[in-house]
Design a protein around this ligand. Sequence first.
Ligand SMILES: [Zn+2]
Length: 508
Amino acid sequence: MKGKIRTSIVLLVVLMGMGTSLTSAQVIFQRPFGVAIDDLGWNEGRSLGDEGGGWRAGVRRDFDVRDYKPIVEVGQEAGVRFMGLFVLGEMDRLNVVSQIPTITKAGYDFDNSSNIDASQIEVMEYVKNNAAYLEFGIHGVGHEHWIDGVRKRAEWYNLEDNEPWPEADSRAHIEVFKQIMSQYGMGEEAGHSFPESFVPCAYGYYWNPDGAYSTGKLMHDNGVKYVNTDFTHIQELNPPAQATGGFDHGVLVIDRLNYGNPWYELASLPSVPIDSFRTDIIETHWPNWLAQDDFLQEEVNQQWINFFKKVQEHPEFYLAKNTEQFNSQWLYKRYTEIEEKEPGVVHIDNRNMPSVAYENDLLGNLVLSVKLKEGEHVQKAEVNGKSIPAYFEESGYGFMYLPELRRDTFTLTYQLGDNKSGIFVENTGTYNVYDVEESNKQLLIDLKVYGTQTIKLHMPNADQKREINAKNKQLLVKDVSVNKQGQVLEITLEGKDIQGSRDWLIIK
Ligand SMILES: [Zn+2]
């Protein structure tokens, strides 16, 4: 008995001697989780499907700015910038849609003047001002395709005859989409990029990665990087297997499914358990986020917030903060091998990452997590001896944001402890941090900001007066403050481009 106690004491001393490095925790390489919100942008929700028009949102209701707020409010609570997919035809203030007869049933006679008033400006200003929580993505202009006033499904691919629309016609639809963006100061001339995300209307996507033309080619040529759709609707084109994805002319196309929330149903969440989600991105439509009246909206918001909380608590999923992070994690999950050789030492093999991911700037942070006990934190984490740029805790997990990884092998070492140390960004927002460098008494942070957000930078002596600037003037420094303990510098930044502004922040 005595010997046993002595052994235990010796073991305890050894454990204490090893300090914080000994851990039974295992690093977790989670699947990313994201949602798409289709069919934003309609002015009226009522379906014209029976009259040969578009189905719109399938809700007899006129939309205004109040119908966009729930998405932003849930995004603020959940810490997510949701992928919104817009149909812009009814936003057209100058009847540019009438240039292309295949966009609407009315064709050349399209006249939107009765639809247009100040409320659309209010909507688009709201969308621009809330780029931190709502991504402006492209869905379509008219949603279907009309030939001499006769409707065919759908805007980007002919699902009825299983053939692509003429390339010139599809390119003309994109030009009209751009013209409507410009009517609201969202175009290139106003400093904003074309959307990075696309969802084809009615899943009509011309998958043709080996041919000269495809929907991917069309989108890639205009700046789109990420696409999601349901592959079952284009089986004739031999798309990637269900619940997977692939590259088409430089865009990453990922399969998605619906889990029980119909496109027209108000206040409707996925009805199947999170455990049974086979795809990493799931389908929602605008009405799913809306209550039938204002007094019920708070409750619907809360249901969505609870849903995302459950996703974040789920050991298999990482709730991606934005679309870039989602797709980046999706690529790492597919191509990167991770092995914890010994507790706290993780070998990362990224040599199989396809070059197309780099050529098209599709990658960002790799996110790895550990389950934390009460009061426990990741005290230190380094990739090849250099501190990771960002860290975040939520739902009992510590999320480590590794920098973008080139095609190589890496070693992540991490330690758990009772406090966090070093210089790092605590990523409570929806921005991306790629690098934190210390040199010549100044700190350089490489990051991408969507909209206006506050960066929490943990550093010793944060309370000293500092000069903060963005190297390439893509980010505007709006406010700087220090927390009460003097260890966190809070910097409020505004990104110039609603699709995200990347720059180096210089802190002297
Ligand atoms: Zn749609």
